[in-house]
Design a protein around this ligand. Structure first.
Ligand SMILES: Cc1cc2nc3c(=O)[nH]c(=O)nc-3n(C[C@H](O)[C@H](O)[C@H](O)COP(=O)(O)O)c2cc1C
Length: 374
């Protein structure tokens, strides 16, 4: 089992990447995950246009914590000039070490303008975007993350992988579902194996349904991929990175935390968010994490609903008065659904989009507007 991964000039060991997740993988969450294990921790998705225009809010989101030695950003772009301009600015203004491009977003407001997961179908445009980003990046590695395609009749992943490789990308990552599938069913790992066969000179990362070290090991063994990208499995379980690090190092696995330790981690996470945003925004952004942290624990409905209404960090501790904090982590909770599970749903594409895979559009402003999601 390989224990290292090279993305351009970056050595990533263990071969684990925190998946970009909008509204989740901000500085506080990355900081928390980093405490448990090494790997590459990618920011949430930011719009290339907004970076080029030096939008203040977006630049704030493109910041890093003091312990982030590898500064990694994910961008959403629909045209080569914005992709290149954003990469240049991120290097100049933020000193980033890695930029990932999101071609996997299935949100209708993105795909209906030809962006996100449907963009690789217009393979010339896609290639130009990757190529422009690579040229602008110099020695900074550019990676590309995509899905299998629009739907089973319009699969693009093999072509998207080869184009990215030819354009000079440093690695590709496949979320092994189509845009139509969204998050439903199981990720189709054999597609990762096929991509690995097709893309031979740069690392191929597998993504989809890695919830435990055993999944990572199995995905790598079955597909030959060079590393794993982990998304929903770490929602409410940042210690998953410790398990992955231990597993890849061949060490015995630490036991998952008891509820008391989970509450402590929740408090830390909330405090980091409050320090990063402010109390109002930090606490509101933390509320969605509470149900992920409590998956499988017996805490009762009052605690769960109460946590969705907290106003301060201290409210978190108060919610657990009278609850049995010695409860161990329920083993079955590891693979319980966290975050998105929806789909399938037909994919919205612009009128006439499928008839012309050679076209160089979309180039309109609506397509460039980034929204959350992957
Ligand atoms: C809440 C949430 C937000 C996401 N946001 C993004 C995003 O901004 N960029 C992206 O490439 N993927 C995004 N994704 C997709 C994940 O990166 C990942 O590809 C997907 O969840 C499958 O991996 P998993 O099974 O390990 O979760 C998001 C997923 C979730 C659950």
């Amino acid at each position: 089992m390989p224990d290292g991964l090279k993305i351009g000039n970056l050595a990533i060991s263990p071969p684990v990447v925190l998946a970009p997740m909008a509204g989740v993988t901000n500085v506080p969450f990355r900081e928390l995950c980093r405490r448990f294990g090494a790997g590459l921790y990618v920011s949430e998705m930011l719009g290339a246009r907004a970076i080029v225009e030096e939008d203040e809010r977006t630049l704030h989101l493109a910041s890093f914590g003091p312990n982030e030695s590898t500064k990694s950003i994910q961008l959403y772009a629909t045209d080569p000039a914005a992709a290149a301009g954003a990469v240049e600015r991120l290097i100049d203004l933020k000193g980033v070490h890695h930029v990932d491009f999101n071609f996997g977003c299935p949100a209708p407001k993105v795909t209906r303008h030809g962006g996100g997961a449907v963009l690789p179908y217009r393979h010339r445009l896609y290639g130009e975007i990757v190529s422009a980003a690579v040229k602008a990046a110099g020695a900074v590695p550019i990676t590309v993350k995509f899905r299998m395609g629009i739907d089973d009749d319009h699969l693009t992943y093999i072509q998207a992988g080869r184009i990215a490789e030819d354009a000079g990308a440093a690695a590709v990552a496949l979320h092994a579902r189509t845009a139509e599938q969204l998050y439903s069913g199981q990720a189709r790992w054999p597609a990762i194996g096929e991509l690995k066969q097709a893309v031979t000179t740069i690392p191929v990362l597998g993504n989809g349904d890695v919830f435990e070290y055993a999944d990572a090991e199995k995905m790598m063994a079955e597909t030959g991929c060079d590393g794993v990208v982990v998304g929903r499995g770490c929602l409410g379980r940042p210690w998953l990175f410790r398990e992955l690090a231990e597993g890849f190092a061949g060490l015995p696995m630490s036991r998952p935390p008891h509820l008391a330790e989970v509450v402590k981690i929740m408090v830390e996470h909330a405090q980091l968010l409050v320090d990063w945003f402010d109390e109002h925004r930090g606490i509101r952004s933390f509320r969605k994490h509470t149900s992920w942290y409590l998956k499988g624990y017996t805490v009762g409905r009052d605690v769960r609903t109460g946590l969705h209404a907290i106003e301060t960090v201290d409210d978190i501790r108060a919610m657990f008065d009278g609850i049995d904090l010695a409860q161990p982590f329920p083993a079955e909770a590891a693979s319980m659904p966290r975050g998105h599970t929806h789909g399938p749903r037909p994919v919205k594409v612009p009128y006439g989009y499928l008839e012309d895979p050679e076209a160089m559009g979309p180039l309109n402003a609506a397509a460039a507007v980034a929204v959350s999601g992957g």
